[in-house]
Design a protein around this ligand. Structure first.
Ligand code: NAP
Length: 313
């Protein structure tokens, strides 16, 4: 039976996709690869192989990817430096004889001029995958609706204002559950999706004004959108003590994530520049169901911290 490796398995997406694949077929051949196997003790107890693997440690990947046909390559977090980490994973996949890599890219990530630091990394890894000789599928995941709900709107509901460098841009936030269901659908039948590039977007293209209107209605308070300049946004992040650049050793923010302001500000600029203004029907095509609307996600998660969101939904 063909074996699927989930690389980056202890994070939110890895856990969701593992659960979906096992729910559909408890006998599916899975290997879970993570830097922190202790976080997946529940899966070890179920008899699922959990192996240590780090994108910075090629030898660990050689052991972890052995015997698999399909690799779910969950992109790392080390902004600006993860391209070489992904290269390590692709090279290990070549050595292991893996036939198909499903890669988590970013919405609008195909454009070399996209200013988002994150998109620049993904663009280069997409190029590496195209020339790797291994079959590939790109899941260009748009901004998580949970980030818009909890990181953008929840604090803005308290302040009455959303100040971002997103200009008059628009975007189509997608629920994490829809990203996971789309990935699981591809992993169940990778050959059918060989060479495909999917824009994993939500069901509606929303302007920043639309987003604050939905936020106002869900939270029951007025919120205005105030576009600010790149410099003003960076100064705000400086004032709250956010590091400018990602450091794997930096402490997580109160909501449990590791944000750096260069990533966040350049992501804003990508929205302002129209690079996120894409709407696709690929989630429905892959999963057979309409993706969740931002309003529904916001209502579901509005009382939660970002790191408390139930990964079973
Ligand atoms: N579309 C969006 O809005 C959005 C938002 C945030 C992130 N992302 C991207 O989408 C990916 C999946 O999202 P998520 O919600 O699952 O993020 P997450 O919960 O923060 O998980 C990050 C994953 O990256 C893996 N990883 C990081 N560095 C690694 C390394 N050196 N070697 C091996 N694995 C490494 C981790 O694996 P282990 O800890 O198991 O080793 C972890 O599973 C992220 O990694 C990020 O690239 C997208």
């Amino acid at each position: 039976m063909s074996r699927i490796v989930i690389s980056g398995a202890s994070g939110d997406l890895g856990r969701r996709v593992t659960r979906l694949l096992l729910d559909e077929d408890p006998g599916v051949g899975l290997t879970l690869v993570t830097r922190t196997p202790e976080k997946l003790a529940d899966r070890v107890a179920q008899g699922i192989p959990v192996l240590e693997g780090d994108y910075t440690d090629p030898e660990s990947l050689d052991v972890a990817y052995k015997g698999a046909e399909t690799l779910f390559l969950i992109s790392g977090l080390n902004l600006g430096r993860r391209v070489s980490e992904h290269r390590n994973a692709i090279a290990a996949a070549q050595r292991a004889g893996i036939r198909h890599i499903v890669y988590t890219s970013v919405g609008g990530g195909e454009h070399p001029n996209n200013p988002a630091m994150s998109a620049k990394d993904h663009y280069r890894t997409e190029q590496d995958l195209r020339s790797s000789g291994i079959g590939f599928t790109f899941l260009r995941n748009h901004l998580y609706a949970e980030i818009v709900s909890n990181i953008w709107i929840a604090p803005a509901a308290e302040a009455g204002r959303l100040e971002m460098a997103t200009g008059q841009g628009s975007l189509s936030p997608v629920a994490k559950g829809d990203v996971a269901r789309s990935a699981a659908a591809v992993l169940r039948d990778p050959e059918r999706h060989e060479g495909a590039v999917y824009e994993i977007s939500g069901p509606e293209l929303l302007s920043m004004q639309d987003i604050v209107r939905i936020g106002s209605e869900v939270h029951g308070v007025p919120i205005t959108y105030a576009p600010v300049s790149e410099e003003e946004r960076l100064a705000f992040f400086d004032s709250v003590g956010l590091p400018r650049t990602y450091d794997p050793d930096m402490p997580p923010s109160p909501e449990g994530h590791m944000w750096a302001s260069d990533e966040l500000v350049t992501a804003d600029l990508a929205v302002a520049g129209g690079y996120q203004a894409l709407l696709s029907h690929h989630v429905q095509l892959l999963t057979g169901r309409e993706p969740e609307r931002l309003r529904t996600v916001m209502e579901r998660v509005k009382a939660l911290r970002y790191d408390q969101i139930d990964d079973a939904v």
